[in-house]
Design a protein around this ligand. Structure first.
Ligand SMILES: [Zn+2]
Length: 327
């Protein structure tokens, strides 16, 4: 797949640590760099995988921006009647990981109404709250998962951070809320990260166009959400080839299922540039600048940027769509 590969792309959300992708991590990092993807936020999902995220951050310190958190799909293992005994003290353990990695963010955490039968919403909320508290105390950005619960999440964020929001930034990953919700989320200093889903879901493309440009991020959500364009080109529906695929093709897990990986971010960036009608290079510099604000390598930088923006009157009021694109 010959997608434009301008340098400087940042994958705002992926999971190199998940068992499907972890055995391919070294190859995936090399392929990403070759494709112009310079860094990726690698988001933990449960106490069981924070160690893997930490190992990846140690092995690839320039590429991996570690995030530690409990995803709502794993919430019931941590709190509530079905919680594992070994999960006791998970908040303290999470805090220890975050303190060991001063540039790490909190996440992936959030709310998922589609899973409310297996994981009751009150359990999900009870796992989300202490993570938001840690983010506030330690001044870290937060990577948020939200499906069908945007109103509740908005309330939880306002409860945790107050009406002015969270200075270090809140990332709504693979944003799937309505365009109407963008302004209230932006007021709380939310960033809107788009995965390949906008390439096939018109509602997500509408939200992409409505998001303030200064809050726009791009992500692969690897190993999930393989860009649809790659399916046709690389024959995802065909049986797995007997040999390793070329770096530009689609890698597969041990069961033969196709894997998304950070190297596919240029396909998403090209699609977003088309959707927004901006040259791909402009989109790359824009998202790079946004990324530096929320995932600054040093927290001090992100806070300074936030302060400067606030002083300039560029507060998160959701009316920034009209502002210039970075060039
Ligand atoms: Zn995720």
């Amino acid at each position: 797949m010959a997608a434009p590969a301008p340098p400087g792309l940042f994958d705002a959300h992926c999971h190199l640590q998940l068992p499907r992708l972890l055995p391919h991590a070294a190859g995936a990092v090399a392929a990403a760099r070759a494709a112009g993807v310079v860094r990726a936020a690698v988001c933990g999902c449960s106490r069981g995988d924070w160690g893997e995220v930490e190992k990846l951050a140690t092995a690839f310190p320039e590429f991996v921006a570690p995030q530690f958190g409990v995803h709502p799909w794993w919430a019931a293992e941590h709190e509530g009647p079905g919680a594992a005994a070994a999960a006791e003290g998970w908040v303290e353990r999470l805090e220890a990981f975050l303190r060991r990695h001063p540039s790490a963010g909190v996440g992936e955490c959030g709310l998922d109404k589609a899973k409310k039968k297996e994981i009751p919403m009150d359990v999900q909320v009870s796992v989300l709250r202490p993570q938001l508290e840690l983010a506030r105390e330690l001044a870290r950005p937060v990577s948020l998962h939200c499906v069908g619960a945007h109103g509740t999440l908005l309330e939880e964020l306002a409860r945790a951070f107050g009406p002015g929001g969270h200075g270090p930034g809140l990332v709504l990953h693979s944003y799937c809320g309505s365009a109407d919700m963008i302004v209230p989320f932006a007021r709380l200093n939310c960033f809107f990260s788009f995965s390949a889903s906008f390439l096939r879901v018109p509602k997500h493309a509408t939200a992409l166009r409505a998001a303030p440009r200064e809050r726009l991020l791009l992500e692969t959500d690897s190993p999930d959400q393989l860009p649809p364009g790659l399916c046709g080109v690389c024959g995802v529906d065909a049986p797995p080839p007997p040999e390793r695929e070329p770096a530009s093709g689609v890698r597969r897990d041990s069961g033969g299922e196709p894997l998304n990986e950070p190297a596919h971010l240029p396909v998403i960036a090209a699609g977003a540039a088309r959707e927004l009608g901006v040259p791909p290079r402009e989109l790359v510099s824009l998202t790079a600048a946004n990324t530096a604000r929320v995932f600054g390598w040093q927290r001090g930088d992100a806070e300074t940027a936030w302060q400067r923006a606030s002083e300039d009157g560029d507060t998160p009021d959701g009316r920034e769509q009209d502002l210039h694109l970075a060039s």
